[in-house]
Design a protein. Sequence first.
Length: 374
Amino acid sequence: MKNTLALLGGLSPTTFLRDYWHKKPLLIRQAIPGFTPLLSRQELFDLAAREDVESRLIRQNGDDWRMDHGPLAKLPPLREKEWTMLVQGVNLHDDAADALLRQFRFIPDARLDDLMISYASDGGGVGPHFDSYDVFLLQAHGRRRWRISAQQDLSLVDGMPLKILKNFQSEQEFVLEPGDMLYLPPHYAHDGIAVGECMTYSVGFRAPAFQELGEAFLQFMADSIDLPGRYADPELTPTRHPAELPAPLLARVTEEINKMRFTDDDVTIFLGEYLSEPKASVYFDPVDKPLTPARFVQAANKRGIKLSRKTQMLYRGKHVFINGESFAVGRADKTVLSMLADERRLDKSALQHASEDVMEAFHNWYQDGWLELF
């Protein structure tokens, strides 16, 4: 709680969520005093050049914007002005970045997305825009000038590779130094410009569109639909309009389709699998020479275990979800598994309560790279 209070400028998570979350911006000076970049400039550039890392390069020339997607093997000269490199999901590849992201776990994991790092040369930015999700913008190196606005006009410039606001009107302006942080709710217009070379860390949150969820849910439920029987019309009479859909056909099919019902359990299992599913760019590295089950149990009981940085583990009721998979568990196993999901690690004392079935699952996850030994 003490660290969270500092992170939120002395506000408790309860107060922040009540007064600011989804409502209004919050500028927090020295949210993390003395903060320095977790990765050097070169380490960040090396990440951007990898196939398994999502990155973008954005360059501005007056009113013209250009965006290139990674891998970014070659970047503009450092002395060149007005370019920005964005690297998504840095928390998946670096322990310190993952630890920083986890400081925001007063928000449920189901909503927490990733840590993005923006590197910009002098004058660099991505233009005035808005996000559809909440974001915390932590200054890591150098300075960035933020202009923000609560404007309702969110119309965009046509024909741009980026979503640039057409009529941005700044209402407030701040210059952030290393350790300063700005929170912005969804759809709050903002424009950040680098003052000299700078790095900004963005903690973003998942806010899937209901249309996206609805389509995914119907696909998820497709294999579960059970409508036995076949259409028949033994009472059929001659028609004078052969091209017209018969009313009895429509009524009968409507009746059958209306028999489909979705339960709370259906939605819970869908949502748990959907929100724990790794992104397309995420790859796990299986253990080359895994320990045998017996040796693994010995090592785990001695050293403890932890989830991989890339693993997303959630739970609800009797259901446990991990990396897009789900299973139901009994009360005793649920205690151990929910502790692992919440703490993302289990020490040897906690493992004493794990059943053989749970230890077998841990061994499988260890082999797949989802879980690691301390």
